[in-house]
Design a protein around this ligand. Sequence first.
Ligand SMILES: [Ca+2]
Ligand SMILES: [Ca+2]
Ligand SMILES: [Ca+2]
Length: 181
Amino acid sequence: MLTDLQTRKFNRLFDFLDADGNGVIEVADYLRFADLSGDDLTALPGSTAGQPLRESLSPLWERAIAPLDASGAGTVERDVFIKAMQQLITQADLFDDVLVPIADLFFTLLDLDDDGSVTQREYTQAMSLFGLPVADIDAFFTHADTDGDGRLTRDEFQVLVREFYFSDNPTDIGNVLLGPI
Ligand SMILES: [Ca+2]
Ligand SMILES: [Ca+2]
Ligand SMILES: [Ca+2]
């Protein structure tokens, strides 16, 4: 069973992935996501993201989302998605296989100048493209940067993603990775 906190987080994730807000996750959402990350990030100063990113998003989408479309209708409904997340968090190896590479890819996307760490400026610039309010992004980063050096490392980011998926402790900052829940 998911706790109330976990249910709220996975609903938040569903809303994030349902980029056009029509209540189902489908290929149109993925395309919107891929175009956003490909073109808009490339337009940001110093970004090295672009076409390779769009290409690497495709297999991840195939692995993480497409299998949930059991009926083959091309859509994933909210209850199906939440149920799949519930299964995912009971299988630690599945998390390592499927979500660690996604977290890694997302970090690469956020690290606009490709120097191995994500500054607050990079983080805010990139995350605001995904429709999150800047105030929420800034608040998150300030708390997530626990050593206060103004940067997130790849390992730190992975811990935050892990907290988003698994944590049932309301004080863990990873809970609000995608904004307040
Ligand atoms: Ca949609
Ligand atoms: Ca960087
Ligand atoms: Ca830091």
